[in-house]
Design a protein around this ligand. Sequence first.
Ligand SMILES: [Cu+2]
Length: 126
Amino acid sequence: MFNISKTLSSPLKILCAAVVLSSTSGLMTAAAAAESAKATVNGMVCAFCAQGIEKRLSSLPATKAVFVDLRKKIVAVEAREGQSLDLAAIRHEITEAGYDVVKLETVAMSVEDLKAQTATKKPVRK
Ligand SMILES: [Cu+2]
């Protein structure tokens, strides 16, 4: 473990540390590693669209991973550690491929996080 008993003497401090550790663990992982560009893209209709975009974005120097969700119209690019994504280049590649970027933002998440997020946000069909 972390030797918490050595560095923190009172039970209150230990409690505080535990709360901080558990509540910010998500934030801490994000800050430690992942940064992604998340784009909402119009015009992608099939697996070939997704593949083409994925290929283009994978060829950018700062790209670690690419994730495309056709149904949610999401394209995400994760940056290699210590590198920053060129949002203009990402927008350019998607536009060049023939699609419309309607939204582009940087998020402190990995592509895996985004995959999980889009998966859990699935609308429930009745
Ligand atoms: Cu297509």
